[in-house]
Every structure is written in structure tokens, then in C-alpha cells.
Design a protein. Structure first.
Length: 42
């Protein structure tokens, strides 16, 4: 049971990190629309 909880917390944390990375990416695009960002996409 505890393992399942830990597992879930881990996946939540990972999803959170991905969401943050996506937000940073969107922000970067908004700031530099001419920059060739898609080649540097995480």
C-alpha cells in the first residue's frame, strides 16, 4: 500500500516537472517567436 502511494507521488512529481518544462517552453516561445526553439525542445 505504501509502495503504491509512493509510486503515485513519484508519477505526480514527474508530471509536474513535465508541466513546468512545457510552461517554460511556451514562455520562451512567447518571448522569442523568431528563435528556432522547436529544435531545442526538451
Amino acid at each position: 500500500y505504501e509502495k503504491a502511494l509512493f509510486h503515485r507521488a513519484e508519477s505526480l512529481r514527474r508530471a509536474n516537472r513535465n508541466a513546468e518544462a512545457a510552461a517554460d517552453y511556451t514562455k520562451a516561445i512567447a518571448l522569442n517567436p523568431k528563435d528556432d526553439l522547436p529544435t531545442r525542445r526538451p
